[in-house]
Design a protein around this ligand. Structure first.
Ligand SMILES: Nc1ncnc2c1ncn2[C@@H]1O[C@H](COP(=O)(O)OP(=O)(O)OP(=O)(O)O)[C@@H](O)[C@H]1O
Ligand SMILES: [Mg+2]
Length: 241
């Protein structure tokens, strides 16, 4: 069977791990502990693709737009054309309308997931986005609870994105920052692909490492790859070439 068409992430080590990139039109999950680099990694993927003319939308559910941009610029001072790409709307950072202001909602009973889905759909259509980041799914879980309603709603959102023909990445919290003590939450089964970012405790310091847990329809690296966040972007040290 032919391999799926891939969208390179533009991050060399990651593309090697993914045997070329993200399978086109797959809906992915990147899970990691606090500060593992989920926001920065997903943003760098948009940045690398924006440089090739691929439009995207970054939907922050936890931070507001200026904060996202400020943090990215702080971490990646070498991305000197970032402002320009954001200004030209090839990377659109947009927290959406009232339904997506998840962290401001106090009464989850009044909340309609249908509205969240339509706001995401609008953002994708308005920007002709081919790549979509939702950062993070934990905020959606907060309004829906860890229930069958959450699973059903998320499945609905995933099929909407599939129908829109986009490749998307949702970020999520890991139940543990360490690999050994991990339990798999429902998202791990719903998405087409899953990558985990770990902070591995070793004596007096922590090492960052990423692994591909699953990728429907494509082979991938099975190795745990250490990574660094450098001013010029992520460096991922994988054994794959
Ligand atoms: N200027 C920098 N140079 C090197 N590393 C940085 C720099 N700025 C931030 N970092 C690293 O990036 C991490 C934050 O990355 P990011 O915001 O992507 O994490 P996250 O996984 O999204 O966190 P959260 O769970 O809080 O959303 C910091 O904990 C720090 O280790
Ligand atoms: Mg984050």
């Amino acid at each position: 069977m032919a391999e799926l068409e891939k969208i390179p992430t533009g991050i060399e080590g990651l593309d090697n791990m993914l045997y070329g990139g993200l399978p086109k039109n797959n809906q992915m999950l990147i899970a990691g502990g606090p500060g593992a680099g989920k926001t920065l990694l997903t943003f760098e993927i948009l940045y690398r693709n924006a440089k090739k003319g691929i439009p995207s939308v970054f939907i922050p559910l936890e931070e507001d737009t200026p904060m996202v941009l400020r943090n990215v610029k702080e971490a990646f001072p070498n991305f000197t054309d970032l402002d320009e790409l954001v200004k030209s709307n090839i990377i659109e950072i947009d927290g959406g309308g009232p339904a997506l202001k998840v962290k401001e909602v106090t009464d989850s009973e009044l909340y309609s997931f249908g509205n969240i889905v339509s706001e995401i759909e609008n953002l994708v259509r308005m920007n002709n986005a081919q790549l979509v980041i939702v950062d993070s799914v934990s905020m959606l879980k907060l309004v829906l609870g860890d229930s069958s309603l959450y699973r059903k709603s998320m499945m609905g959102l995933i099929s909407t994105l599939r129908r829109l023909n986009v490749t998307s990445i949702f970020t999520s919290e890991l139940t543990s920052t360490e690999r050994q003590s991990l339990t798999f939450s429902p998202e791990f089964f719903m998405f087409d692909g899953v990558m985990n970012m770990y902070q591995i405790g070793e004596k007096d310091r922590r090492t960052l490492a990423v692994e591909v847990v699953k990728m429907r329809g494509s082979n991938h690296s099975w190795a745990l790859a250490p990574y660094e966040i450098t001013p010029g972007g992520f460096k991922i040290y994988t054994i794959e070439q």
